[in-house]
Design a protein around this ligand. Structure first.
Ligand code: ADP
Length: 178
């Protein structure tokens, strides 16, 4: 576990399962239909129950880089923020910008709902194929930039699934701290 303070807020990296987090919101790496998928999306809908999918159906999808919100159903987190990361096509299709937007828009939505703590998975680095070392840099920069310009969200936790993802984020954070 790593914990650093940036401006007024805390950034944490942990290895674990995002469905178990007690933050105000957890973020789902959804696909643009918002109608469910595998990976972290499947895990969130399994743990949170059918109410989340029912709410998602009414949202009518979400473009890449944007974010939508539902309640947390049976989860401990009160809300799920559904965002859509880019599919990785080699890095020349504005993937980094779209990935940064997914984080930024998720944080803006949390802010609108006056939420104080948010947990993120490593968006786009599973089925969407974004190299985790590159994605970690984009993700951490987006959150650090938010903390430098806003003080409303007190805590962001990256919940990394497996040692490889955790190590990638740990290394990226060390690079950014230099
Ligand atoms: P994407 O389609 O955005 O790539 P995936 O769900 O396939 O989304 O993968 C995103 C990341 O979420 C991957 O690093 C994957 O290992 C991770 N992941 C899968 N299940 C969980 C979980 N329960 N908690 C946290 N992260 C998870």
């Amino acid at each position: 576990m790593v914990k650093v303070t940036i401006n007024k807020s805390v950034l944490e990296l942990i290895e674990g399962d995002i469905t178990e987090q007690e933050t105000d919101a957890i973020v789902n790496a959804a696909n643009s239909s918002l109608l469910g998928g595998g990976g972290v999306d499947g895990a969130i809908h399994r743990a949170g129950g059918p109410k989340i999918l029912e709410e998602c159906r009414k949202l009518g999808g979400c473009p890449t880089g944007e974010a939508r919100i539902t309640t947390g159903g049976n989860l401990t987190a009160k809300y799920v923020i559904h965002t859509v990361g880019p599919i990785y096509f080699g890095g020349k299709r504005r993937e980094a910008e779209l990935l940064a937007n997914a984080y930024k828009n998720s944080l803006n939505l949390a802010s609108q709902y006056k939420l104080k703590s948010v947990a993120f998975p490593s968006i786009s680095t599973g089925a969407y194929g974004y190299p985790v070392n590159e994605a970690a840099m984009v993700a951490l920069k987006a959150v650090i930039n938010y903390f430098k310009t806003h003080t409303d969200i007190e805590q962001v936790r990256f919940v990394l699934f497996g040692q490889k993802a955790y190590q990638a984020y740990d290394k990226a954070l060390q690079e950014l701290a230099k």
